[in-house]
Unconditional design. Structure first.
Length: 364
């Protein structure tokens, strides 16, 4: 079986999808199923138009695409995707989308007119023609179902490669380091976090420090730095540039607590990596991982200053070492990449064989 995964880029600075796909490929290719990657940022519109309108280019593309059994789209808001689907439908090749948070309520409200028009003219029909729809959370499935006609939905969470995160023994520290680790973007609730830190009593910083690390646009970094300076928090919040992937696993070991007050999340890889690194977490309900409280591995908050402040203050009362071990246990039991990628492979096999053996298909 051959899978073609179509994604904007495999550059890890572009958020979770490249990391998710990298993990899936590592496992699925080891199971004698071939996953190839088509990166949209290396595919020009000019070349796609030549495929559409010049017979020799079209025949060459058909020769390539005929060898593919299933196309898995990791991108949604792109006209390039629509052209590829048009060509794939000509050859009756099965294809499906994964949400990756691109169709949640918050995202749909960003540049709404552009998205309404794209949905009306292109995306609605593209999703309707798909063989299935892949959501990583139940909430994402519900959001997508409200706005699109979808076929054969299934839900599988994102997994992480837990073998990359060493097992270790936690020790008491006088000053606990709290980390925001993720894309520098308004969606992630960074302004809310900095506003809340500014309202903490000065005695709080005798026991806790804050760092912000992640990729982002220069303008977004400037906004964050300006806000920190306005509150005179430069000595209390350290802002770091993004780190390279090979350094990430050692880097996360330096921290004790993870915070992510996002206004909307798909299925955060950074959050799961923090849990795998033995970090208790403070996360918004929009992170859609309420199981952290069930495992006593974290605190869920509302996306407002009062709730986040209460969560930060509550850290002073908790057994953070015990919560750190619970965090690791949660990932080992629920989100190991080997488990999640095998579930995806089972769905691929169902689509290929036109069966419904997998337990991850949504039963309406």
């Amino acid at each position: 079986m051959k899978i073609l995964s179509v994604i904007r880029t495999m550059n890890l600075s572009h958020g979770g999808p490249p990391e998710v796909l990298r993990n899936q490929i590592d496992y699925i290719n080891s199971k004698k199923t071939i996953v190839q990657v088509l990166k949209l940022n290396s595919l020009s519109f000019f070349y796609l138009f030549k495929i559409l309108f010049i017979k020799s280019y079209r025949l060459r593309f058909y020769k390539f695409i005929k060898k593919i059994d299933i196309i898995h789209f990791h991108e949604i808001w792109s006209l390039k995707i629509i052209i590829i689907i048009y060509l794939a439908n000509k050859l009756l090749i099965k294809h499906f989308f994964v949400g990756h948070g691109y169709l949640d309520e918050w995202s749909l409200k960003q540049k709404p007119l552009k998205k309404i028009l794209f949905k009306f003219f292109f995306l609605g029909r593209a999703i309707k023609s798909s063989s299935a729809f892949f959501s990583s959370t139940k909430k994402e499935y519900i959001d997508v179902k409200k706005n699109f006609k979808i076929n054969n939905p299934f839900i599988i969470p994102n997994g992480i490669n837990i073998d990359q995160f060493d097992k270790r023994t936690l020790e008491y520290k006088k000053i606990k380091k709290i980390l925001f680790f993720g894309r520098i973007h308004e969606k992630k609730g960074l302004k809310l976090l900095i506003d809340s830190i500014n309202s903490l009593p000065s005695s709080y910083f005798d026991n806790f420090s804050f760092e912000i690390t992640g990729p982002g646009l220069i303008d977004d970094f400037k906004k964050i730095q300006k806000l920190i300076s306005r509150y005179s928090l430069n000595k209390k919040i350290l802002v770091n540039p993004p780190i390279v992937r090979k350094e990430k696993f050692q880097y996360l070991k330096k921290f004790d607590i993870f915070v992510l007050p996002s206004y909307e999340e798909g299925d955060s890889i950074a959050l799961k990596e923090a849990l795998a690194s033995y970090m208790p977490v403070i996360i918004s309900k929009q992170c859609r991982l309420n199981i952290v409280e069930e495992y006593e591995a974290g605190i869920e908050i509302e996306t407002n200053k009062k709730s986040l402040l209460n969560g930060l203050m509550k850290l002073q009362e908790l057994d953070l070492i015990k919560m750190g071990y619970n965090a690791r246990k949660l990932i080992e039991e629920k989100y190991d990449n080997k488990i999640c990628s095998q579930r995806l492979l089972n769905v691929y096999e169902d689509l290929f064989n036109e069966t419904r053996v997998s337990e991850d298909w949504v039963k309406d």
